[in-house]
Ligand binder design. Structure first.
Ligand SMILES: Cc1cc2nc3c(=O)[nH]c(=O)nc-3n(C[C@H](O)[C@H](O)[C@H](O)COP(=O)(O)OP(=O)(O)OC[C@H]3O[C@@H](n4cnc5c(N)ncnc54)[C@H](O)[C@@H]3O)c2cc1C
Length: 651
């Protein structure tokens, strides 16, 4: 069959439903697949109407009579730099962050996205479907595909997608609608992003409380109605179009089958490959290639991205729904090993220790590690909720389970509050511009925040040191290095970095937010900018300032210095007493422990002799006894306060 023939020769006239996948790269609990396989409108809506229901598209009424279903994923040039693809001509500027010119999608996330897309394709193929993978600008690819189908007399029933909430994604939706309106192709949306369906909120989205606790209390009062049941994936999908018409868009032959489950192994691409075919690793190389140009800040060597993950990474998992489901099963259900024979009440899975471990810094099991999967929709928050309910049904209610639920509500809160305040999410003045304008204006006077213009000037030295992990403050440097070398960072680390950038250094907090945007595998606009604004004191925090005492934090949460030593090997020989404050070493001690004092570089045997900044408030924590408290508990300082551990004074 040639590429211009219709999708089907006989039977009902061919029609295609295009489902555009963006941040919902999964099969399970995805309303798109449910409604795409629902052939008739339901007799009446099952759910009562709520405040927001009248304003939202009524997804319950969606149904499809199309003969074919085309799942589509587009690598969008505005999000991921595509200039490394052979022959690709960008239509717009480089994929850089809004103000400070970082690459929007760094190498770790590029890899994670590619893994997620390939995994989705493999899972769709298992169900008799497939995934059309394209590169370009989403609205162009969609509009050109629709037109090409119509030109070959195939009706396009509609274009469906998950509704997103932040301006970049909403802009794409609007442009797709604009392009398809004149050719009468409807664009429809489903809502699967949040734990609580927006139509079920007990208030208008515009009335979302300005702080978290009232929000939480009001939604928790919904009881079991707070979270809708899951959509189960159809066992078999509607037919994938037999051919996809050619369009003017850039395309690659990505038909080469990759052993997705083996991506971490030595040679997942062992099958013979036609030279015209592009493999997963080819794509990865093309995506990572441009990121290695000399730009500020220097990126991690692309080659390391293509190899194994960092041995100490707290997120050693590949992207995609298969990986997400394995992790869900391990963390919430099965625990230590897939075939643990001791599984049961005496040996509950890791989630049963979440509240105690969530502030730890080392290893993968201290927290759920669901965030990257949630960010790309390889898992839905409802699936996690269901796993929590399942756990409770076996082990009973407990604080650990509640704490994960609590965090999932934070995630929802940031979505709804971002929807309420729109682009203030990305504004230096934050949501405070709406909630307390006089206070916000004070923080917008020139000089309140330090800044830098990436177009006109070199970055200030202290900023470069900060972003490269060379401040001479081990807890800061270790966290930055973990982020740069693995693409992941604990919540504790993120809070400390945010506080240090916004309060200790006093820089425009968005520099840090954009830096995180570039490097984090789990980057999500609302959680990232929402949390940065929160720590910077311009977000949804009822407290005026959330400045962290870095040395106190380091000693509370890394009391034995193991975390710092993991990411800063130069400090491995130091006794715990000095590990967070190496500037207290005298010359003789430096010789003994093999740490030379450098000006501002970090090597295998030298570390900055002085911290880049030193706060008076740190000094009272210099002398805390080594190892006070336990590494396994969130805040060992509590024990010090109880008076169980005596204060230690340096002789
Ligand atoms: C400055 C800063 C930037 C951040 N940027 C992001 C980001 O870009 N993407 C992102 O997903 N999270 C972000 N977070 C929130 C949080 O750090 C991560 O969600 C969490 O560390 C991810 O690890 P986990 O999945 O193991 O979390 P867990 O502790 O296991 O929590 C379970 C889930 O709850 C949600 N959650 C937990 N804490 C938060 C929080 N503070 N805000 C919103 N949701 C939360 C996440 O979806 C997470 O997966 C940021 C936090 C800070 C302080």
């Amino acid at each position: 069959m040639s590429s211009t023939e219709a999708v089907q020769d006989d039977g009902p006239p061919p029609s295609v439903l295009i489902c555009l996948l963006r941040l919902d790269l999964r099969i399970e609990d995805n309303a798109l697949w449910h409604f795409a396989h629902t052939g008739h409108a339901p007799p009446s809506t099952a759910r009562p109407t709520s405040h927001n229901a009248s304003k939202l598209p009524r997804e319950e009424e969606l149904f499809s009579r199309s003969t074919h279903l085309l799942p589509l994923y587009v690598f969008d040039e505005r999000e991921v730099e595509l200039s490394g693809l052979p022959g690709y001509v960008r239509k717009g500027p480089e994929a850089r962050t809004q103000n400070f010119n970082f690459w929007k999608t760094g190498a770790f996330r590029a890899r994670f996205i590619a893994e997620s897309v390939y995994d989705l394709r493999s899972r769709l193929r298992d169900r008799g479907s497939d995934l059309c993978i394209r590169f370009g600008r989403v609205e162009d690819v969609v509009a050109n595909l629709v037109k090409a189908f119509q030109d070959q007399s195939t009706n396009v029933e509609g274009v469906w997608m998950q509704k997103e909430m932040t301006s970049g994604e909403v802009g794409v939706e609007e442009r797709i609608e604009e392009r398809l309106r004149p050719i009468n192709v409807p664009v429809k949306y489903v809502h699967c992003k949040t734990l609580i369906h927006p139509a079920d909120l007990p208030f208008e989205i515009e009335e979302t409380p300005d702080v978290f606790t009232p929000f939480r209390k009001r939604v928790e009062a919904l009881g079991p109605a707070m979270v809708r049941p899951l959509y189960h994936a159809p066992a078999a999908f509607k037919a994938f179009p037999r051919t996809i018409p050619q369009t003017e868009d850039y395309s690659l032959d990505v038909t080469y089958e990759v052993d997705v489950d083996g991506l971490a192994t030595a040679d997942p691409e062992s099958k013979p490959k036609d030279p015209k075919q592009t493999s997963f690793y080819d794509i990865l190389r093309y995506l990572v290639l441009p990121l290695n140009e000399v730009h500020f800040p220097p990126t991690v060597e692309g080659s390391s991205i293509l190899q194994q993950r960092h041995h100490a990474s707290a997120f050693p998992l590949r992207g995609g729904e298969s990986s997400a489901l394995e992790r869900l099963d391990w963390y919430f259900v099965r625990g230590k090993s897939p075939d643990s024979t001791t599984w049961g009440k005496s040996d509950p899975p890791p989630v049963a220790r979440y509240k105690q471990t969530r502030n730890n810094l080392i290893g993968h099991s201290y927290s759920t590690k669901m965030s990257p999967f949630l960010a790309y929709g390889s898992i839905s928050p409802r699936q996690i909720w269901q796993a929590l309910m399942h756990h409770e049904s076996i082990f009973g209610e407990d604080q650990n389970i509640y704490w994960v639920k609590f965090e999932l509500l934070w995630r929802d809160y940031f979505f709804f509050v971002a929807e309420k305040f729109g682009d203030l999410l990305f504004h230096l003045g934050g949501f405070e511009l709406a909630t307390d304008p006089p206070q916000a204006q004070k923080k917008l006077v020139p000089g309140w925040w330090k800044t830098w213009d990436p177009i006109k000037e070199e970055p200030p030295q202290e900023l470069t040191r900060m972003l490269e992990g060379r401040t001479g403050i081990p807890f800061i440097d270790a966290n930055i290095r973990e982020l740069r070398e693995s693409g992941f960072l604990s919540n504790r680390g993120r809070q400390n970095i945010a506080s240090y950038v916004a309060h200790d250094l006093g820089y425009d907090w968005r520099i840090g937010a954009e830096f995180f945007q570039s490097y984090l595998i789990d980057y999500d606009p609302t959680s990232n900018y929402g949390n940065w604004a929160y720590v910077a004191g311009v977000g949804n925090d009822p407290r005026a300032s959330r400045r962290f005492n870095i040395i106190k934090q380091a000693k509370d949460y890394d009391s034995h210095g193991e975390y710092v030593k993991t990411w800063l090997p130069v400090l491995r020989g130091l006794p715990t007493y000095y590990v967070h404050t190496p500037w207290l070493l005298d010359a003789e001690e430096r010789r003994r422990y093999g740490v030379k004092a450098s000006e501002q570089i970090v090597t295998m045997d030298s570390y900055p002799g002085r911290p880049m900044t030193e706060d008076e408030g740190w000094k009272k924590h210099y002398e805390r006894k080594e190892g006070a408290g336990s590494r396994m508990h969130g805040n060992p300082q509590e024990k010090v306060k109880d008076g169980k551990v005596k204060r230690f004074r340096k002789p």
